[in-house]
Design a protein around this ligand. Structure first.
Ligand SMILES: NC(=O)c1ccc[n+]([C@@H]2O[C@H](COP(=O)([O-])OP(=O)(O)OC[C@H]3O[C@@H](n4cnc5c(N)ncnc54)[C@H](OP(=O)(O)O)[C@@H]3O)[C@@H](O)[C@H]2O)c1
Length: 331
């Protein structure tokens, strides 16, 4: 099989290393270069092949047919453009090009501008537009799990107009990246559980709001992330007031995601063990008892580094390269 040359920017980070592993094992891809900043010049093994990290300035961008950027927010957009100018298709894992970020306002105009620059690659929702794109803005990890859980209700107009959707989500510590932080040290995290970005202040809110608004969903979102003392995985519990009760509570998800290889709808409550190291989202839903407004509680789980980052990015890359969407992805 022909092997596409793939470059990974930010390859020494958590998302970057996951990408390099996926590329190394992909039947139609080979790693052309892998970059690092502080760790440039150090070596790593991906799929049995040794690679030396180079500085992003030294990466031979023109040699890659596709580049993943797993650089931090703010540092990514310029390298996305440089890679594209050098002839590569690009999947950007940072927030720089996502709707609601980097100067694109949470308005319909802002959303249209962001989409024109780089379609938002929530793959199950956007695969047709991704197929013909040059640059894709890969969704954030919390937005991936939240939006995939909400889409079947939103597109069917089942959410009560003007409702407040409450998202409580907990992530493993790799969600915060590799940069050392005092509050992420083992003794600070182990045997503990706490929220952060309280008061609706997390940076992923803008992205989620922008996407929901683009679908005509008139709601407020209250999003509270939590830090889980595990390495990887996100579990979100989402409370959604409905226009009317659901007779068959799982029907919207089962219908919407019928035949989707990476979406598992189940009556069983998902847990992180069901999803880690896999490119899947597992979803369940149940009607809340004892409340006046019909309300559904949706629970969804992903691996933040796979479906929430590198796996979804590879799903998009497969589409950009004209390959089978599932190729090289762990189900
Ligand atoms: N972690 C997740 O769960 C997750 C999920 C979805 C999306 N993302 C997004 O993916 C991107 C990477 O996240 P991460 O968690 O993998 O971060 P990370 O572990 O901190 O890795 C960042 C990478 O970028 C390099 N780097 C840092 N500053 C740079 C600069 N100014 N110029 C060039 N290279 C630089 C680092 O090199 P050194 O190692 O040499 O410092 C490293 O390779 C972020 O935009 C993040 O928001 C992450």
């Amino acid at each position: 099989m022909h092997k596409f040359a793939i470059g990974v920017l930010g390859a020494s980070g958590y998302a970057g290393r996951e990408l390099c592993e996926l590329v190394a094992r992909h039947p139609a891809a080979r790693l052309a270069f892998a970059t690092a900043s502080d760790r440039q010049g150090t070596r790593a093994r991906f799929g049995g092949t040794e690679t030396t990290f180079v500085a992003v300035e030294d990466a031979k961008l023109g040699e890659a047919q596709l580049v993943f950027s797993a650089l931090p927010h703010g540092a990514s957009a310029q390298w996305v453009d440089a890679a594209h100018d050098a002839g590569a298709k690009v999947v950007d894992l940072s927030a720089d090009l996502r709707p609601g970020n980097g100067g694109s306002a949470e308005s319909a105009e802002g959303f249209a501008l962001a989409m024109a620059r780089a379609p938002y690659g929530l793959t199950e929702h956007a695969r047709d537009i991704v197929r013909s794109a040059e640059i894709v803005a890969n969704p954030g990890c919390y937005p991936t799990v939240t939006l995939l859980a909400l889409l079947p209700l939103v597109v069917r107009g089942l959410v009560a107009p003007g409702a407040t959707i409450t998202v409580n989500a907990a992530s493993g510590v790799t969600g915060a990246g590799f940069t050392p932080k005092r509050e992420l040290m083992f003794a600070e995290v182990a045997d503990d559980f706490r929220p952060y970005s309280m008061g609706n202040s997390h940076r992923h809110l803008a992205e989620m709001r922008a996407v929901l608004a683009s679908l005509g969903c008139d709601v407020d979102l209250i999003f509270t992330p939590h830090l889980l003392p595990v390495a990887r995985g996100i579990l979100a519990t989402i409370t959604v007031p409905l226009a009317e009760p659901l007779a068959d509570v799982l029907a919207p998800w089962r219908e919407h995601y019928a035949g989707e290889p990476f979406i598992e709808v189940s009556a069983e409550i998902p847990s992180l063990k069901d999803v880690v190291h896999r490119n899947v989202v597992r979803i369940t839903a149940t009607m809340a008892e004892g409340v006046r407004t019909p309300t559904v509680i949706v629970v969804a789980a992903i691996d933040n580094l796979v479906k929430g980052a590198a796996g979804q990015a590879l799903q998009n890359a497969n589409l950009l390269l004209g390959l089978e969407e599932t190729l090289g992805l762990p189900v």
